[in-house]
Design a protein around this ligand. Structure first.
Ligand code: NAD
Length: 348
């Protein structure tokens, strides 16, 4: 199947297939849209079962980056890259350098950063072969900033759905207490929320139980917990035909990218009276922070202000969806596309 026929192809400007036999590199760089600025987004390393799976993922993720950057008010377009391979077995400096050379050849059309399977230390290797990387040591680990954005997104969803200004006394079921989930638990605990957590990593769970008084459950049981909010902070595709009927929470809001297995699953949530908080809207905090590297200026206070602003953006999406009887994911996508279109007009 050609890229153009892929269900996730959305008039992407460029899709670059990168192969370097000497280093063993198989990678794909997808540039979705550069109307608002250079495409920026992480590079993921994952052992995709097939090349089609990798194409599907990179197309979907790069479009989400265009929407995320547009709604976060950043002068950046959307792009993403995937390196096909097992990061635990196949990642090495030669492979990373080879990937970075492809990024360099794009001459600033795409800026790469960390993502699943690629850490800050790997981005430092990229930086030796390319000027077009971000999320390095100056701006630091993006996870606390992503978590803070999610926290504001949860506050907005609670305001809209429950008409409450505080999280005190509410219960949040957090799926995945890795880098983002852990910081989110800290924020939620400080705000007086109760926590139920699940992770396949028992050490990570033990830390949250000990420090934030969380109750832990087995990974498969997190969906059916008696909680007000379900917060997916592990992997994508977790809102699907099997999990949605199990949910008892009336709000879904978390950091994981591409939470809806398919677009129709927002309707399924809506029909069950569950408010879906579009993932890319509230997980933009890390991007707001790390993008300082691209612009060559970094002011943490400004970043914090912009992250707090995600509360208003989220609330606006909920209000429009409610007034127009539409799904929150549809309204968010439309608003993002509108901002990109306005950028096109102002460039003329
Ligand atoms: P991470 O790898 O540090 O944490 C993910 C956690 O999920 C791990 O602890 C892992 O053990 C756990 N997990 C995996 N499978 C699970 C399962 N079946 N059930 C329960 N737990 C499971 O990743 P992260 O950086 O915390 O990111 C979390 C999510 O947020 C990812 O989807 C990521 O793409 C997204 N995201 C992260 C950032 C960021 O700044 N790190 C920014 C935007 C979006």
């Amino acid at each position: 199947m050609s890229v153009f026929d892929n269900s996730e192809y959305d008039n992407h400007e460029q899709v670059l297939f990168c192969r370097d036999a000497a280093s063993g590199l198989f990678a794909i760089i997808a540039i979705h849209d550069t109307t608002l600025g250079p495409a920026a987004g992480g590079c993921r390393m994952w052992p995709y079962a097939t090349t089609s799976d990798a194409v599907y993922d990179v197309l979907r993720l790069s479009r989400a980056m265009s929407y995320k950057n547009a709604l976060a008010g950043l002068p950046l377009g959307g792009g993403k890259a995937v390196i096909i391979g097992d990061p635990l077995k196949e990642k090495n400096a030669k492979l990373l350098t080879s990937f970075a050379r492809y990024v360099q050849k794009l001459g600033g059309q795409y800026y790469a950063a960390e993502d699943i399977g690629i850490g800050v230390e790997d981005v430092e290797v990229f930086a030796m072969a390319s000027n077009y990387v971000f999320g390095l040591t100056e701006t630091g680990d993006p996870s606390p900033f992503t978590a803070l954005g999610c926290f504001h997104g949860i506050r907005a969803s609670v305001k809209h759905k429950l008409n409450r200004d505080t999280l005190k006394g509410l219960t949040v079921a957090v799926q995945g207490v890795g880098k983002v989930g852990l910081h989110l638990c800290e924020n939620l605990h400080e705000a007086g929320a109760g926590l139920i957590v699940a992770d396949v990593n028992s050490k990570a769970v033990a830390h949250v139980v000990e420090n934030y008084g969380a109750k832990s459950v087995a990974p498969g049981e997190i969906y059916s917990q008696e909680a007000d909010i379900f917060s997916p902070c592990a992997m994508g595709g977790v809102l699907n035909d099997i999990t949605i009927p199990q949910l008892k929470a009336c709000i879904v809001a978390g950091s994981a990218n591409n939470q809806l297995a398919e677009a129709r699953h927002d309707k399924m949530l809506h029909d069950r009276g569950i408010l879906y908080t579009p993932d890319y809207v509230i997980n933009a905090g890390g991007m707001l922070n790390a993008s300082g590297d691209i612009f060559g200026e970094y002011d943490v206070n400004e970043v914090m202000k912009k992250i707090s602003g995600l509360y208003d953006v989220t609330l606006r999406i909920f209000k429009t969806a409610h007034q127009e009887g539409r799904l929150t994911s549809e309204v968010a996508d439309e608003l993002a596309r509108q901002r990109i279109a306005e950028g096109k007009v102002s460039k003329k």
